[in-house]
Design a protein around this ligand. Structure first.
Ligand code: SF4
Length: 206
């Protein structure tokens, strides 16, 4: 399955656009319950005004809210990215930490956000479970986990550690392009032959 996905998505990287580790961290926080495309439309104005943790840490929340409004949950996200920027500026000298424990100690940063930043910015071995990874892993029969953490444990037991970051991007791209919610495009899927879901769908349709 990994070989098929690697062949299908040879250039899989995060779709979020950024120019520093801090900008990636902010973009990932903004991407919760929002598309990467929408975040990419929003962040140029945000990063033009607040390009660093130090600058964003001193921002007024209402000013940030106006810029990020279209990302959804904008009040909470504005509060979180300012608090996160303050943490990065004051506790880490303006540099995003690379370790999971330090990342998860930042305001607004949970396990998934930390994993994305670790894999994309620091090439660390981390597998992030977002809505696409969660769905595709279940359809491929790779997990029966009911929480992102359980799915992560199942996937990291199956995928070699050096592939965790790439596997995250392959599964996300596959979920966006072919194994879509709510209806997977099984007839045109390169994993059709080894995935249990087409046979389950066929049985249900008999
Ligand atoms: S065969 Fe269907 S369910 Fe399985 S991974 Fe492909 S699109 Fe998803």
């Amino acid at each position: 399955m990994l070989a098929v996905l690697e062949h299908a998505y040879p250039h899989a990287v995060t779709a979020l656009e950024y120019h520093s580790e801090f900008q990636l961290l902010v973009a990932v926080i903004l991407s919760a319950q929002c598309t990467d495309a929408r975040v990419n439309m929003t962040t140029p104005a945000l990063f033009a005004k607040y390009p660093t943790a130090e600058k964003l840490a001193r921002a007024r929340q209402t000013d940030v809210e106006k810029i990020i409004k279209s990302c959804g949950f904008f009040r909470m996200k504005a509060k979180n990215i300012i608090a996160c920027a303050r943490d990065v500026a004051q506790r880490f000298g303006g540099r995003v930490p690379s370790g999971r424990e330090d990342l998860e100690s930042l305001a607004g940063v949970g396990r998934k956000t930390a994993s994305v930043v670790m894999a994309a910015a620091f090439h660390a071995q981390a597998l992030a479970v977002d809505t696409h990874v969660f769905r595709v892993a279940h359809r491929l029969g790779l997990t029966t986990g009911t929480t992102p953490r359980q799915v992560e444990e199942d996937l990291t037991a199956l995928v070699p550690p050096p592939k965790w970051g790439d596997a995250t991007h392959w599964l996300i791209m596959h979920g966006r392009q072919i194994c879509k919610a709510p209806t997977p495009q099984c007839p045109r899927c390169p994993l059709n032959g080894c995935c249990p879901t087409p046979r389950i769908i066929a049985r249900l349709q008999r």
